[in-house]
Design a protein around this ligand. Structure first.
Ligand code: IPM
Ligand code: MN
Length: 353
């Protein structure tokens, strides 16, 4: 029997509720495939920070590193100043575990309402590969004369060839694996960011020309990309982009696929320990009411299985999610308007496995 050690980080707000449903679905599919998950739960998050003043100690990172994967609910607490938990937990883990890919599928399931007029599941099915370890997120730069009339601040978008190349290679491999349009679109802003943009453009071209002749190459400026995502999302198969641009366009992506309730993400180190999370956040106002949508957590669980190599089990979850939504029994993806409780949605998906 296959065995995996999974670190659970329920976190804050509705994180624990959605994670429970993700685990429920994982357990159901694992039972079917003879896979065993050993879970260990960690309480890193806002509550713990308020009690102890500690976000994620280095010893915590070492603990988490020992697992095959990390499954996260949500980090974010209304009583903690913005930035502390994000930097201290989420970004710290991404960097410490070198989770250099942030994988964010944008897929419209049947019967899910999109704000895009005349677009259906056949138009919205692409994946954003967001570089997750470099760029502006490294915090390089500084500030001087702070608080004076002449204050100067910089935050540097820095990328090295190896960091760009490993991301682009991952994206090409994924495009090939999907085997859909076989099209990899680089999204950047090379008309203005002539140094770092040029590095991305050349790497995309050189790697593609050398090793991925079967994959078509395309390029969009990031501003144009937001336009095409709304106007013609069917253009896209796989998008690869830098950290900040990926952050921004994947919130747009989440909206066109029906909202944060269904948007899943993976912080992936293909050679190491990856972390999976619904990207919607902790939604504090819905905490404890059993009304939050757990679909994003369930889809993240599928991504976790896929990354662990349990591709069939992952596909079974994806199909169950698809069937659950296609049934029309879930009225909306928004919290409180699903016509079902959080736990009922989990049970419903399990019943389809
Ligand atoms: C995300 C979030 C994070 C990011 C924040 C919370 C640091 O917006 O996962 O997209 O900017 O990466
Ligand atoms: Mn974001």
């Amino acid at each position: 029997m296959k065995n995996y050690n999974i670190a659970l980080m329920p976190g804050d707000g509705t994180g624990p509720e959605v994670l429970d449903e993700g685990v429920k679905v994982l357990d159901a599919v694992c039972a079917k495939f003879g896979v065993k998950m050993n879970y260990t739960s960690y309480d890193f998050g806002g509550e713990r920070y308020m009690k102890t003043g500690e976000t994620l100690p280095d010893s915590g990172v070492e603990e988490l590193k020992k697992h095959d994967a990390i499954f996260l609910g949500a980090i974010g607490h209304p009583d903690v100043k913005p930035g502390i938990l994000e930097l201290g937990i989420l970004l710290k883990l991404r960097f410490a575990l070198d989770q250099y890919i942030n994988l964010r599928p944008v897929k419209l399931y049947p019967n899910v309402e999109t704000p895009l007029k005349d677009k259906g599941p056949e138009h919205i099915d692409f994946v954003v590969v967001r570089e997750n370890s470099g760029g502006i997120y490294t915090g390089m730069g500084g500030a001087t004369m702070v608080g004076t009339q002449n204050e100067i601040a910089t935050q540097v978008m820095c990328y090295s060839r190896p960091v760009v190349e490993r991301c682009i290679r991952y994206a090409y491999d994924l495009t090939r694996k999907r085997n859909k349009k076989n099209l990899l679109t680089l999204v950047h802003k090379c008309n203005v960011l002539t140094n770092v943009g040029d590095l991305w453009v050349r790497t995309h071209q050189e790697v593609g020309d050398a090793d991925y002749k079967d994959i078509k190459q395309d390029y969009n400026h990031v501003d144009a990309c937001t336009m095409w995502m709304v106007k013609s999302p069917e253009f896209y198969d796989v998008i690869v982009t830098s950290n900040l641009f990926g952050d921004i366009i994947t919130d747009l992506g989440a909206m066109i696929q029906g909202g944060m309730g269904i948007a899943a993400g993976g912080n992936i180190n293909p050679e190491g320990v990856s972390m999976f999370e619904p990207i919607g956040g902790s939604a504090p106002k819905y905490t404890g009411q059993n009304i939050i949508n757990p679909m994003a957590a369930i889809c993240s669980a599928a991504m976790m299985l896929d990354t662990l190599g349990e591709t069939e089990a992952a596909a079974v979850i994806d199909k169950a999610v698809n069937d659950a939504l296609a049934s029309g029994k879930i009225k909306s993806l928004s919290a409180g308007r699903m016509g079902m409780s959080t736990t009922e949605v989990g049970d419903f998906v399990v019943s389809l496995i």
